[in-house]
Design a protein around this ligand. Structure first.
Ligand SMILES: *Cc1c(COP(=O)(O)O)cnc(C)c1O
Length: 411
């Protein structure tokens, strides 16, 4: 009998052992030392419950669903206009950026869109990523058959652009001309940002070299430094070369509710083989209307409530509390003579280890000596070795306790 032919791209992707290995080590430690109070600064998930302005809006939406006169069936695939208008006004117009509701596509989260956007591009497209990197960009590139062969921790058709302490976490421009460049700012995992001038270098590069920037700004709401761009469209000329991905996950605690959006500007046009001009916005609309039936009405009502005065205030307070945690951890690292980056405009700290100390060694020492769980930097790409990531997603009490333990740590 003939075998069913599988998509071999999936088979060539190595298993990611990072979080399962972390979980296994933590479980083994717990079993051996059941009395230990372990503090997790590992997983990148929010911990604060949904703000009241948002749950109220969702309760109301649930009641609408129970009444024939206000019931909602299938909604528009692109998302409800009430939400797209709120986004255009609050996330863009308020920052002097001209993005229309027609250019905004609501989804069930940024991860889906970051993976699905690859549908629009040919299998031969060349991809560049910064390193360390959010693994979704790399693995979905591999699933689409664009990554080449995997050996010694790298795919040979992906260009890795290292961002390390040595270059101040400003990755070099690609040397092989890519078609697609994934950028994430504020960055996960390093917690670092690009200034307006630094981001402009990338937009200019994309314009000069006919590439598309896939800009993930899932942590935009955590920016506190004045002048740091919140959207790539704050940079002149970006509308012709960039797609922006945003999420309510880290901004309003929606990791379990699921809502995000993608901006594909009308000005983003490519040429097909016959020389016809193709609007990427139209292609994405076609893709979404075919493969996606829209995010839940209830969740979109919840997301729209983020933009009410109470919603903005309540979610703003949650983000401030997380950033207070980040500052607590930064101060503890400083006092423990650990070199830490990020933590100013993102809920992550990227801790550089002394020469010769590996990510996993530090993980083991923090777990056994401090009962703190971190994430080994090597799990985010080759340039992540020699670092660990700490998150600010925890209660102030647990974070202060973790900081107290760090103070006595001598590496
Ligand atoms: C958490 C996160 C997202 C958000 O993903 P959702 O699917 O919206 O929850 C996107 N990009 C990065 C880099 C993230 O860390």
């Amino acid at each position: 009998m003939e075998q069913i032919k599988l998509n071999s791209n999936f088979l060539s992707i190595p298993e990611s052992y990072l979080f399962s290995e972390v979980a296994a080590k933590v479980a083994a430690y717990r079993k051996a030392y059941p009395e230990a109070t372990i503090i997790s600064l590992g997983i990148g998930d929010v911990t604060t419950p949904i703000a009241p302005a948002i749950t109220e809006a969702m309760h109301k939406a649930v009641d609408e669903m129970a009444d024939a006169s206000t019931f909602h069936g299938y909604g528009p695939e692109q998302g409800y206009l009430f939400l797209r208008e709120a986004i255009a006004r609050e996330d863009y117009e308020a920052r002097g950026v001209d993005i229309s509701p027609e250019e905004i596509f609501i989804s069930d989260g940024a991860k889906s869109d970051l993976g699905n956007i690859g549908d629009l591009f040919s299998a031969g497209c060349r991809v560049a990523v910064t390193d360390p990197v959010y693994p979704v960009y790399v693995d979905t590139t591999a699933m689409a058959g664009r990554a080449g062969r995997f050996s010694s921790g790298r795919w040979d058709r992906i260009e890795y652009l290292p961002a390390t302490a040595a270059n101040g976490f400003i990755p070099p421009l690609p040397s092989r001309q890519p078609d697609l460049i994934y950028l994430c700012y504020p960055n996960n995992p390093t917690g670092t940002v690009l200034s307006r001038d630094e981001l402009k270098v990338w937009v200019d590069f994309a314009r000069d070299n006919r590439c598309i920037i896939l800009f993930d700004s899932a942590y935009e709401a955590y920016i506190t430094t004045p002048g740091v761009p919140h959207s790539i469209y704050e940079i002149e000329g970006a509308r012709e070369v960039a797609i922006e991905f945003r999420s309510f996950s880290k901004r309003a605690g929606f990791t379990g509710l699921r809502c995000g959006y993608t901006v594909v500007p009308e000005a983003l046009k490519l040429m097909d083989a016959e020389g016809n001009t193709i609007s990427l916005r139209k292609l994405w609309l076609r893709r979404q209307t075919t493969k996606f039936n829209g995010a839940s009405y209830i969740i979109q009502r919840g997301a729209a409530a983020v933009y009410t005065p109470e919603g903005l205030r309540q979610t703003g307070e949650q983000i401030e509390a997380y950033m207070d945690n980040a500052h607590t951890l930064l101060e503890a690292c400083r006092r423990a003579d650990l070199e830490a980056f990020g933590g100013q405009d993102a809920p992550y700290l990227w801790v550089r280890l002394p020469d010769g100390v590996s990510s996993w060694e530090m993980f083991d020492r923090m777990l056994t000596e401090l009962n703190i769980v971190c994430t080994p930097g090597c799990g985010f790409g080759p340039a992540g070795e020699g670092y660990v990531r700490l998150t600010a997603f925890n209660t102030p009490e647990a974070t202060r306790e973790a900081a107290r333990r760090l103070l006595n740590f001598k590496i």
